[in-house]
Design a binder for this molecule. Structure first.
Ligand code: FA5
Length: 339
């Protein structure tokens, strides 16, 4: 039995030294020291020994157990230390490594160009205001010198909510709302969404965006309008941009004009985008009609004003060379990421 114990001790010390994995170490512990382990088996057989040998073998068995246990503990400590070192070296942080790229969102081109345009006018002393999308027929038409039977109502195909209310067809209704609320001088820009029951095609959408401008003060003239719009076009499209006024008709301005800028794509030489004219229409404008001033409780014998309204969606398309307005509304991320 002594021999068995000594062999077991030598074999255990040998095996423990060779182990390099914590799981195998556990298996070894069970093999020697577990309930059904080899040492336990030997101890169970002790009853068969002569009485005088029992204490001697008992103390040897205890020594062997302590020795194997110590070897196992030491080996476990070494293996755990090594595992920790391995992990630390694997997880070492290289602070010079470039960080993981975070996919950043960006503003929709309609929003960023709207902000850019509003900022240009703010730079000229305008303030930005807003008005309601669901608008009274009165502000959308009546107060803009477009009575119920006026043919101009047909030009703007209107979504009616009821007899009194519409989805605004332009941002112009904010003109009279502001005139009613403020004393001149008035100098505002009004960005906003507008609605017309137009069929969808490359240049038309039933929901689109306008930016209205309104200036009212004493002695405001067409020259002020021309100056402001020329500065605006140069700021937005580049300093070589020129503008021109063409006579036009709007019921709420007199005289009325459409304003063209030299084509952004060809610089005025003529190309497909400008139908070889070198010019692109960018907005409608004019001197505020005296009737509209009266609707806004402003005396046209004292004050005069100019107003303009630009279609934001078409300007965004011009600026970025986008040939279809629908791209602005489909929200395909591959398209939007380009801005
Ligand atoms: C007006 O809406 C006037 N309120 C503008 C104005 C304001 C004139 C102040 C004078 C003084 P018009 O109907 O032309 O005007 O529309 C202005 C712009 O909106 C057009 O030049 C065009 O760029 C844009 N637009 C019109 N219909 C659509 C549509 N269905 N989709 C996209 N843009 C459109």
């Amino acid at each position: 039995m002594r021999e068995t114990l000594e062999n077991m001790r030598d074999e255990a010390i040998d095996s423990v030294a060779k182990i390099d994995d914590l799981k195998q170490l556990d298996d070894l512990r069970r093999k020697y020291l577990g309930k059904k382990g080899e040492l336990t088996k030997v101890l169970r057989g002790m009853g068969r020994l002569p009485a005088q040998e029992r204490p001697i073998i008992g103390s040897l068995a205890n020594e062997v157990r302590t020795l194997i246990q110590t070897q196992l503990d030491n080996q476990r400590e070494r293996l755990e230390e090594r595992a920790l070192e391995d992990r630390l070296s694997r997880e070492a942080i290289d602070v010079t490594m470039p960080g993981a790229r975070i996919d950043r969102g960006n503003l929709h081109p309609l929003t960023s160009v709207q902000n850019e345009i509003v900022d240009i006018f703010i730079g000229m002393g305008f303030i930005a205001v807003e008005g309601p999308d669901v608008e009274l027929d009165y502000y959308n038409f009546e107060a803009l010198n477009i009575p119920k039977d006026h043919p101009a109502r047909d030009i703007q195909d209107t979504f009616y909510i009821n007899d009194e209310m519409v989805l605004r067809t332009h941002t112009s209704p904010v003109q009279v709302r502001v005139m009613e609320a403020e004393e001149p001088p008035i100098k505002i820009v009004v960005p906003g969404r507008v609605y017309r029951s137009d069929d969808v095609d490359a240049t038309h959408s039933p929901i689109f965006h306008q930016i209205e401008g309104l200036v009212i003060d004493k002695n405001v003239t067409m020259a002020d309008l021309k100056g402001a719009l020329d500065v605006f076009a140069k700021e937005l499209f580049g300093k070589d941009t020129k503008t021109r006024f063409r006579p036009h008709y709007f019921p709420f301005t007199e005289p009325s004009v459409e304003v063209d800028a030299t084509c952004v794509t060809c610089g005025g030489d003529g190309c497909r985008i400008c139908s070889n004219t070198g010019w692109i229409e960018i907005l409608g404008a004019g001197m505020v009609h005296p009737n509209v001033l009266r609707y806004g409780n402003i005396d046209p014998s004292i004050y005069s004003g100019y107003a303009f309204g630009l279609g934001l969606d078409r300007i965004v398309n011009l600026k970025y060379g986008i040939d279809d307005i629908r791209l602005l509304y489909e929200n395909d991320v591959r398209f939007l990421k380009q801005f």
